[in-house]
Design a protein around this ligand. Sequence first.
Ligand code: SF4
Length: 524
Amino acid sequence: MSDWACAGISDVPNIIGDHRCSRIGPVRLHQSLAGRAAVTGERLSCEYLSDTLTVLCDGNVTCGLDDPNGTRSFGNIKLSSVDAIWRDLRYAERKQRLAQGRSCDGCSLHHVVHGAMPERASAPRRLIVEATVTCNIRCKNDACFKNNDPSEKTRASNFLPLDAFKSLLDQTASGVEFMWFLNYGEPFLHPQAEEMIAYAKQKNPGMRIASSTNGIPFARPGRAEKLVRSGVDHMTFTIAGIDQPTYVRYHGRGSAAAALDGLRRVCEAKRELDLATPVVQWRYLLFHWNDSAETIAKVKELAAELGVDELRFYLTHIPAGGATRRLAFGSPDHHEIADLADASHGMRPDDDGLFLREDQESLGPYRWSAPTARVRLHVQGRFASLALSRPPQTPDAGVVVTLPWSKFTTRISGDGAWASMRIYVPRRYRRSRLVATLATSAWFPVDDDVPDIRCLGVMVAEREVGGDQTILFGARAMKNPHLRQKAREAQCQLSARMRSLRARLALRRRASETLAALKKKHRA
Ligand code: SF4
């Protein structure tokens, strides 16, 4: 299985720390973080460069988990010692590039550094090992097809030899805290996969190891027991369907029955051997074709019956157009899976209903709200400021802003500019931090043109936005004639803007109607 979305990567953080993957990270609605960093001079860093060695199945060493075609190289473990590779100057060059705010091509696992630049470890503390790039099924993502196409040849060889793996572990194991036994490909197509894991555990019993599978290899007798005995700490089974038609719609080929049988056998082996590990996770990828309430109930029932330790409903935007809308974060039905929902970093809102911070050169830093969100307003003097926006091509939204003393509705048009408000704050609420609740009338999951599974409300500026301001007054402030006059002016400005927007919309509608009529006439 060569789908990153299948590879258990985003579940690994449960035991192995945080992980980001550019293909599942936030959104291309706007300019990337890195693009902005180059403009603003912000410095970037990458933890994969600092402490992780990623070894592909041909022995090539790359960085991170996002090099499907093996295009980067810091050396090869079959040709050089780990120490020599770790000291390769190309690491320093890439680190310096990032420090200058220049991002890596095709990978955005880096992050902005505030404060001191992180030091690079003297030796790897984490390993990512790709035992094989081949797979027995064909999940719907580009890398999977490419890696299994003999004419493409993305690796010099498709299976990591056991002796190369052992040599790698001999050189690194004592200092390695975690190993991800996964990358592209189905790791357990490697005939010596369990031996590799067992060897790593023998070299360093304290090392925690996580891996992932599509489950099918474990349908073969004896394989499940071998896995459990290997000492692996965490196993993710990615199975996105409980019946054959649904299963193949994403996985391309293979058998749902065999995948579920593999999962069942591993759970049974663990019980029979009376072992606490591996923690077995079933990751059910959610799409619009496998998300009905009836199916979700059956999956939950089956997971309990099999004795799975963790069931996760995973929201993904790959393949394009496949994302679930019914159960997306922020959707009315999301509560059905809320406690079991999972998604990559940044794709789910935090407890306040806000998604990960993004940046855009023209707007600066902002966060998307879910359909409802709690926003902390900064109060300065008698006013708090709030700036909201929606990008072009998105529908207008009515936003109800609820404050501790009152609420008001404002419309945010999809014009890509900030609608900024200075909100008059009655004296008794003038503490430094004030919380407002936003509720949008129009939310939209975006996944056809833009790979994004989130249900989005409005963009909320992360810093104070000056300029064209709408001023809202509390009841008390309205007693002040000067402020009352300003409120009227603001109201007029807002109405004029709304009128102009409505006129533009009507114009556009008329133009498309005329065009349609012309086309019809032409066809006739
Ligand atoms: S962000 Fe750059 S340094 Fe980090 S894993 Fe990706 S390519 Fe490597």
